[in-house]
Design a protein around this ligand. Structure first.
Ligand SMILES: Cc1ncc(COP(=O)(O)O)c(C=O)c1O
Length: 397
């Protein structure tokens, strides 16, 4: 069998791989603490679930327009106005099967052979592979922890060539939890506008922020940057609806129409009851989030305080999302039970196989000195997992 060269360019998602291995061990009765999942541990709020059940009962189970129900697009339009001071017409909005699908649609309609797409590292695992699937070249800018894992306007300027088509800005970030403040974004927007490239703004963790951080959408500064930006968001993280599959994007009409045309030939509309649930989610009270964010913050602070006491671990304090991304390179060259740790992958394998803790190694995020821990699990499990990590690292000599 001969598979396409295209599909051979990409690798399986590393987060999915480690989660699957941990699940398999759990199914075998092994007590694994999982820090790998990229989804909140809270249940989807009942009022959202009820809206889907009601839609199904009322027979709202058929095809809808490919880019989403008009009422859902109106709810997204209102959300952008309310939360991001962004005005979009309905034909500038598309609803897709998750933020990942929106991002893929963007890549399909904007990138082709000869194009370069700038991606700051550490990056979310799918950005480079979606670029590669569309015959373009990912150009990675390495950020520095001292700069809060953010790129500077100078970094961006240096990476731009005549082939540059777009830059991806993910704030708050998966995997680092770093976030760009308004001044940083404004400075990047200036470079983007000067060079007339596109900005893909992945704002899926927008609401999960701590310590009074003020979130700002890059597209909101002025019309020039808005015309170049496609903003992506979704229901997965903010409403704990990862399995429902709803994401959305807003941007210039020409790009969004092309994405709709593409979607019409590939998936058609997203699941119809999910659309009704998301109308209710977006238009309803967002009060439940306060409790979720307070719980995330408590867990983040606990993990940071534990890491600060473990020799060999250096951990950046995240401003958003629900991940910590410690630097574990001090473990390299050390051994336990005859196994030497030379890479983040080695460390993740060691922690899972010998200490029953699942973490995601940094290689897949373009950060081979780090590992990612999600804190979407109970405090009790976090305590247990950190005890195991501490023990595992102590045994490395
Ligand atoms: C940075 C980032 N963008 C986009 C997504 C896509 O999420 P979904 O497709 O569930 O909306 C994720 C999910 O992990 C993410 O972390």
């Amino acid at each position: 069998m001969k598979l396409t060269e295209r599909v051979q360019r990409i690798k399986p998602s590393p987060t999915m791989a480690i989660t699957a291995k941990a699940k398999l061990m759990k199914a075998e009765g092994i007590d694994v603490v999982g820090f790998a999942a990229g989804e909140p541990d809270f249940d989807t709020p009942d009022f959202i679930k009820e809206a889907a059940i009601k839609a199904i009962r009322e027979g709202k189970t058929k095809y809808t327009p490919e880019s989403g129900l008009p009422d859902l697009k109106k709810a997204v339009q209102q959300k952008f106005k309310r939360d991001n001071q962004l005005d979009y017409n309905l034909d500038e909005i598309i609803v897709s099967c998750g933020g990942k699908h929106s991002l893929y649609n963007i890549a399909q309609v904007l990138f082709q052979e000869g194009d370069e797409v700038i991606i700051p590292a550490p990056y979310w695992v799918s950005y480079p592979d979606q670029v590669l699937l569309n015959d373009a070249k990912p150009v990675v800018i390495q950020t520095r922890e001292e700069n809060g894992f953010c790129i500077t306007p100078e970094d961006l300027e240096k990476a731009i060539t005549p082939k540059t088509k777009a830059v991806v800005i993910n704030s708050p970030s998966n995997p680092t939890g770093s976030a760009y403040n308004a001044d940083q974004l404004k400075a990047l927007a200036q470079v983007i506008v000067t060079h007339n490239i596109h900005c893909i703004a992945d704002e899926i963790y927008e609401k999960i922020i701590y310590d009074g951080f003020v979130f700002k959408s890059i597209a909101s500064f002025n019309e020039d940057i808005k015309k170049l930006t496609i903003t992506v968001n979704g229901a997965s993280k903010v409403y704990s609806m990862t399995g429902w599959r709803m994401g959305y994007a807003a941007g210039p009409k020409e790009i969004v129409s092309a994405m709709s045309k593409l979607q019409g030939q590939v998936t058609s509309n997203i699941n119809t009851p999910t659309q009704y649930a998301c109308i209710t989610a977006l238009n309803g009270s967002q009060d439940f989030l306060k409790g979720w964010i307070a719980a995330f913050k408590e867990r983040r602070d606990y993990i940071l305080s534990r890491f600060s006491q473990i020799p060999g671990i250096k951990c950046f304090k995240p401003q958003g999302a629900f991940y910590v991304f410690p630097n574990i390179s001090a473990c390299f060259g050390k051994s336990a039970n005859g196994k030497t740790i030379n890479t983040a992958q080695n460390l993740a394998d060691y922690l899972l196989d010998q200490h029953r803790v699942a973490v995601v190694p940094g290689e897949g995020f373009g950060a081979p000195n780090n590992m990612r821990l999600s804190y979407a699990l109970s405090m009790k499990d976090i305590e247990k997992g950190l005890d195991r990590i501490e023990e595992g690292l102590k045994n490395l000599k």
